[in-house]
Design a protein around this ligand. Structure first.
Ligand SMILES: [Zn+2]
Length: 336
């Protein structure tokens, strides 16, 4: 871990942030169609005392807003005199998707497949490059905040590669309702971090285009718990009441027939093999057919649209792998 010595300023995006200061910076990226400067807003909080450097990024997918709520809460509640080290907060990475309420960039590129990016590439590549060089490369650890894609909802969860000991350690310190062992996707911010030996946790919670209290609250509490674990908070942080589940496998259950769908389970529900997950009926409503769970586990994701075609992924189930009891429903509030 790189630590600053006492009294050293952090230099990011051409700005110096002295110890004990909070500075809002616009990282210059490129130019828009109208020739305006395109920039990513960040807040750098340099603690009064040295310590690790952590980043928290939100809205890499431009319609995933819960993370913006998490970053905004951290920005307005953490003071430089409460922090050891440096916290870099990025409320909106995909500054072109956000105004369009879109996951993607205007050319349909997925920013979370464009890392580490380059200075010569498409807009996605340039945005990714700015975050890689100005934020990721100067940090020891990061948390990247997401929600489910449009039309789905996720139980608050951390996705990390359990094969990397620090990733698993940090995921446990974050202590969300469930940790999922997930391989890296090439081009994601998490993958770019792993390539640089910077553990990046992906936090997934809630739905697109919404602010949800529990998804935001658990995100804020998790970042604070991770900061405390790393010695970045001057005061102790209370542990959560809940014990996170650990899953090394997850499975989507897909519809076997099309129709109008009634979900019989919700996020966090414990399910057993053979338990009805949803029923499908025709528009006339008289021929309801249940879909039974092929897995024992906990529901960590589900469709929010009560319609399905054959093959649609409807319910996402985490199956037992490590810690925790999968035969009880998850009490989300106990992770705040
Ligand atoms: Zn996302």
């Amino acid at each position: 871990m790189t630590t600053l010595s006492d009294g050293e300023a952090v230099r990011i995006g051409g700005a110096d942030v002295p110890p004990g200061a909070r500075v809002d910076i616009r990282l210059s990226v490129s130019e828009s169609y109208t020739g305006d400067r395109l920039s990513i807003p960040i807040t750098v909080i340099n603690g009064e005392h040295p310590g690790p450097r952590m980043f928290v990024t939100a809205a890499v997918h431009g319609d995933e807003l819960n993370g913006i709520g998490v970053v905004r809460e951290l920005m307005t509640t953490l003071e430089p005199n409460e922090i050891n080290g440096v916290l870099i907060l990025v409320p909106v990475v995909n500054v072109l998707g956000l105004p369009l309420h879109s996951r993607y960039l205007p050319d349909r590129r997925d920013l979370n497949r464009a890392f580490p990016g380059s200075t010569e590439g498409s807009m996605a590549s340039r945005l990714a490059n700015t975050i890689t060089t100005q934020v990721l490369d100067v940090c020891d650890v990061g948390v990247d905040l997401h929600t489910a894609a449009s039309g789905r909802a996720n139980l608050p969860q951390i996705r990390a590669n359990f094969d990397i000991p620090k990733s698993l350690e940090y995921a446990r310190a974050f202590a969300p309702p469930i940790l999922v062992d997930a391989p890296h996707r090439v081009g994601s911010l998490r993958w770019a971090g792993a390539e640089r030996d910077v553990p990046v946790l992906t936090y997934e919670a809630g739905e697109a285009l919404r602010f949800e209290e529990s998804a935001i609250g658990i995100g804020v509490a998790g970042v604070r718990r991770l900061m405390a674990h790393l010695g970045m908070l001057t005061e102790d942080e209370a542990d959560s009441d809940g014990t996170p589940l650990e899953a090394d496998e997850t499975h989507w259950v897909r519809a076997d027939r099309g129709g109008i769908m009634n979900l019989e389970v919700g996020l966090g529900d414990s399910v057993s093999v053979g338990q009805p997950l949803w029923t499908v009926s025709s528009p006339f409503g008289r021929d309801r057919k249940p879909m039974e769970s092929p897995w024992e586990g906990v529901v960590i994701g589900a469709s929010t649209i009560p319609l399905c075609n054959p093959g649609d992924a409807v319910v996402h189930i985490a199956v037992p792998g490590g810690e925790g009891e999968f035969d009880e429903d998850v009490d989300v509030e106990s992770f705040l």
